[in-house]
Design a protein around this ligand. Structure first.
Ligand SMILES: C[S@@+](CC[C@H](N)C(=O)[O-])C[C@H]1O[C@@H](n2cnc3c(N)ncnc32)[C@H](O)[C@@H]1O
Length: 327
């Protein structure tokens, strides 16, 4: 059977994106996988559910990222030692061309398990997005002088629920726990965030349509698997954030964002209530966006200056990656 040209193209385009975004290893694997798909190799078998998919569907489904995520998950599991030995590791460069034959063989040996992995919608939790969220909280605290009630929607595993327990470097200004294992920095232009503000979080809660249960080792590994294998700093950071979330027994409720917000995040006197999210808005149906963004007498999503109390602020990151030159 002839390979789906859109799917082959999807793998090539994702390879280019990986290369541009700092994962030459995944870029190399995906290029070789595209060739294998074209030749009817085991990649074609694993990607059979997308055999007739359009380029758009393949992108929307993150097909290429499922494939490299599945291979990384296998490596992290310790069940494919040959492949693991050829994967990047700190202090050891890896060549995708050398890893490819082992990856291809693993696609055959571990076929059912990879098919099962690829069947799930990818789900990530990017801790680095806290570098954009924390300045918002600092501003709220500085402007209101009030304690904060923090409600995160679409929180995934809840790693950004601990935004006030990390250490930050916003250009020249720093803030947070100096001993924190999770350390985030960013380029910063414009006035520094008010790092002198007193932060007191009196309530914090989160929901996700499909929360990642960090107490389940296979789900923990799945979250790590979507981090690109040659991005050691990101891997170390998410591991540290997971350890902290487990130690603090962070909970994310399984609920739809709109219903959960209505049930849990009403403003209360004496604190500023902040509803926040990162890389979620684009996933919301338009009707839900409109309902969530509609200001009411007691809540003012999107307001720059929340009323002193009772108050509600709404904070969100935009785009797909936090490049916080300003908040
Ligand atoms: C790209 S992830 C972002 C996760 C996290 N906020 C972060 O920045 O790492 C999008 C998240 O939205 C969640 N999601 C999508 N639709 C939702 C809904 N209607 N209600 C709650 N969560 C939803 C998904 O389950 C997923 O965890």
């Amino acid at each position: 059977m002839t390979a789906n040209p859109d799917l082959v193209r999807n793998l090539h385009l994702q390879a280019k994106a990986c290369d541009k975004l700092g994962s030459p290893f995944n870029a190399g694997l995906l290029t070789l996988a595209a060739e294998d798909l074209d030749a009817g190799g085991p990649t074609a078998d694993l990607l059979a559910p997308w055999a007739t998919a359009s380029l758009k569907t393949a992108f929307d489904d993150a097909t290429a990222l499922r494939l490299v995520g599945g291979l990384h998950d296998l490596v992290l599991s310790g069940d494919a030692a040959d492949l693991a030995g050829l994967y990047p590791a700190p202090g050891r460069a890896a060549d995708p061309a050398l890893a490819w034959p082992a990856a291809r063989a693993a696609m055959i040996t571990h076929r059912d398990r990879l098919i099962d992995f690829l069947d799930h919608e990818p789900q990530t939790n990017e801790v680095r997005r806290s570098v954009c969220l924390a300045p918002g909280f600092l501003t709220l605290a500085a402007e209101t002088g009030l304690p904060i009630r923090a409600f995160e929607i679409a929180a995934s595993a809840g790693l950004n629920l601990n935004w006030d327990r990390y250490h930050y470097q916003f250009g020249a200004a720093s803030w947070g726990d100096p001993d924190a294992a999770v350390r985030l920095d960013t380029e910063w232009t414009g006035p520094a965030p008010p790092v002198g503000a007193r932060i007191e979080v009196t309530e914090r809660a989160a929901c996700d349509r499909r929360p990642v249960d960090l107490t389940d080792p296979s789900l923990r590994r799945r979250l790590l698997a979507y981090v690109w294998p040659d991005q050691f700093e990101r891997l170390a950071r998410i591991r540290a954030a997971i350890d902290l979330a487990l130690a603090l027994e962070v909970k994310v409720e399984a609920a739809d964002a709109v219903a959960w917000t209505a049930a849990h995040a009403a403003p209360k006197a004496g604190a500023v209530t902040c509803l926040y999210h990162s890389v979620f808005w684009q996933y919301m149906p338009a009707a839900s966006q409109a309902r969530s963004a509609r200001p009411s007498p007691t809540s003012a999503p999107g307001r720059r200056r929340p009323p002193p109390s009772p108050g509600c602020a709404w904070s969100r990151t935009r785009g797909t990656w936090p490049r916080c030159r300003s908040a």
